[in-house]
Design a protein around this ligand. Structure first.
Ligand code: FAD
Ligand code: SIN
Length: 532
């Protein structure tokens, strides 16, 4: 069924750190509708462990944070974005403190926040709430949003596509965005939600890979929606693999925070019993993620291992327990005591560095459409994200997009009448197995052919399969009523295509993109920009 839907001043798709930050800033003056598929806590934000990077230490400087970010990003970062974000980080942390986020305090009596350390950072720079920072941030933002009368938060809404000029009842063909069509997951109805401005804050596309630390809904929906509506996406080949995801045949996506290495954990080859990072990088376990993930991948392949060990059992038991209470408890539940024994770990997909092209205000190419957080390519991360810069990006660009909308509010026209969702030619699916089969197939070949180490031949194999699946999925989509699974499958496939096309375009190895056919890094860094 299709239904008439709703109208708000601004629609935000996504209830993670980026979406809720934008909502709170906008709600000072405007009526905001926040739509999220599944539960309001279903994004990556709630899962974040390590913390948020900000220059707060007396010995630290903005210049150092900027340099570390650019070094990790292998020169592909946009310098103006890096400066913009780094300089706004302390203020972003202050706002969270004001909202009640209980960041850990230093162990002395100074009252200062405790700063932990992660790979690629030249200083202690990460504020955190134990080893479950995201849960605390998500909770504080949600409480503030729920208490705000200008914000309507609707979970259980799976957005399908952006409403553009093509959907105006008097077809205009303009790229102007007027909101979204969303499936109400409880009723099965598709509604048109319109607004003068729309912000995509839909998170990443990590679930395109068989092994990922990301939650189930990270299927690249916002990136795919923006692409289909005509916006450019960039640097989609830059998929970050976190070096240390628990190796466990039952629990497939338990991240072991980088802070374990930051606080002294060693990576050990279980066959030789020796630390192996000294063979790969002078920064040892605290080298940037791409370096550490490739080193682990290489050890696993060279020695025919299933995993390597991450060992912090040489540190005092109390220290380990107090720094990593949640991970310690979760591992104990699986029969593993990290205070006494090493943790088996493997790399897994973790973060989508590329995304919808945006500027310093969160503008996309399409009038009326903004993007913020992991779905956006703001230029902050370049070819590899520095640890804990991502929640920071959400906080800064959620605020930036909101400020721009508030400043330019007078320029935003009211939406014209738009067409209702057309379901006249579809029926209920009689073959759900197609969705499961295709979903599994995409995630397998992306892991095997488009993973940590790539080659042109493997990428072409993946591209061939994507082409075949496109026909099958579009055919299915055209015939049957949408479900969240179908919406996600379509977007997962679109995201896989964007990743593979981008990877094939980059004829060098840089940051997270490492290919056997082009192992050298070219003298100049260029974005991989795809035009719809
Ligand atoms: P998310 O928090 O992912 O939220 C996306 C929202 O969009 C959700 O509400 C989702 O339901 C909604 N959505 C998606 N598609 C649709 C659709 N079609 N219709 C409606 N709604 C939709 N970063 C750090 O900086 N520090 C860390 O310590 C850290 N730890 C991490 C640990 C883990 C396990 C993971 C997976 C990531 C971690 N990251 C960390 C990365 C960071 O958590 C994410 O990049 C960040 O939270 C993304 O926030 P976001 O607001 O962009 O999106
Ligand atoms: C972690 O805690 O290792 C994740 C940090 C991040 O992804 O930034």
């Amino acid at each position: 069924m299709s239904a008439p839907g709703s109208h708000a001043d601004v629609i935000i798709v996504g209830s993670g750190a980026a979406g809720l930050t934008a909502a709170l800033a906008l709600a000072q003056e405007l009526k905001v509708l926040v739509l999220a598929k599944g539960a309001a806590t279903g994004g990556s934000t709630a899962w974040a462990q390590g913390g948020i990077a900000a220059v707060l230490d007396a010995g630290d400087t903005f210049e150092d944070h900027i340099r570390d970010t650019m070094v990790a990003g292998a020169g592909l970062n946009r310098a103006e974005t890096v400066e913009y974000v780094v300089e706004r980080a302390p203020h972003a942390i202050d706002r969270l403190v004001d909202l009640g986020v209980p960041f850990n305090k230093a162990f002395d009596s100074s009252g200062a926040l405790h700063l932990t350390r992660e790979g690629g950072h030249s200083h202690r720079r990460i504020v955190h709430v134990d080893d479950a920072t995201g849960w605390a941030v998500q909770g504080a933002l949600l409480s503030a949003v729920e208490a705000n009368p200008n914000i309507t938060l609707l979970p259980g809404q799976a957005c399908i596509d952006l409403i553009t000029g093509r959907h105006e009842t008097r077809y205009s063909g303009s790229g102007r965005v007027w909101g979204v069509y969303a499936l109400d997951e409880a009723t099965g109805r598709v509604e048109a939600h319109t607004a003068r401005a729309t912000i995509l804050a839909t998170g990443g596309a990590g679930r395109v890979y068989q092994f990922s630390t990301a939650p189930r809904g990270a299927t690249g929906d916002g990136i795919a929606m923006a692409w289909r509506a005509g916006a450019r996406v960039a640097n989609m080949e830059m998929m970050q693999f976190h070096p240390t995801c628990l190796y466990n045949l039952d629990v497939k996506n338990l991240l072991i925070t980088e802070a374990v290495r930051g606080e002294g954990g060693h990576l050990i080859n279980p066959r030789t019993g020796k630390r192996f990072m000294p063979f790969y990088d002078d920064r040892l376990e605290l080298a940037p993620r791409d370096v550490v993930a490739r080193a682990i991948d290489s050890e696993i392949k060279r020695f025919g291992l299933d995993y390597v060990h991450l060992d912090i059992s040489h540190m005092p038991e109390d220290f380990v327990r107090s720094h990593f209470p949640n991970i310690h408890e979760k591992l104990l539940g699986l029969g593993l005591d990290m205070t006494r024994e090493p943790i088996p770990v493997v790399p897994a997909q973790h973060y989508t560095c590329g995304g919808i092209v945006t500027d310093l205000h969160g503008h996309t190419d399409l009038p009326g459409l903004y993007a913020a957080g992991e779905c956006a390519e703001s230029g902050l991360h370049g070819a590899n994200r520095l640890a804990s810069n991502s929640l920071l990006e959400c906080l800064v660009f959620g605020e930036a997009a909101a400020s721009d909308i508030l400043a330019r509010w007078g320029e935003f026209d009211a939406p014209p009448p738009v067409c209702a969702w057309d379901e006249s030619r579809v029926s209920n699916s009689d073959e759900e197995v197609v969705i499961k089969q295709n979903w599994t197939e995409i995630r397998r070949f992306m892991w095997n052919y488009v993973g940590i180490v790539r080659s042109t031949k493997r990428l072409e194999r993946a591209q061939h399969r994507i082409r075949m699946l496109f026909d099958e999925v579009e055919d299915y989509y055209g015939q049957f009523r949408v479900t969240t699974d179908l919406i996600e499958l379509r977007n997962l496939l679109q995201s896989a295509d964007l990743i593979v096309r981008s990877a094939l375009k980059r004829h060098e190895s840089r940051g997270l993109h490492y290919t056997l056919d082009y192992p050298e890094t070219l003298p100049e860094a260029h974005d991989t920009v795809l035009m719809p």
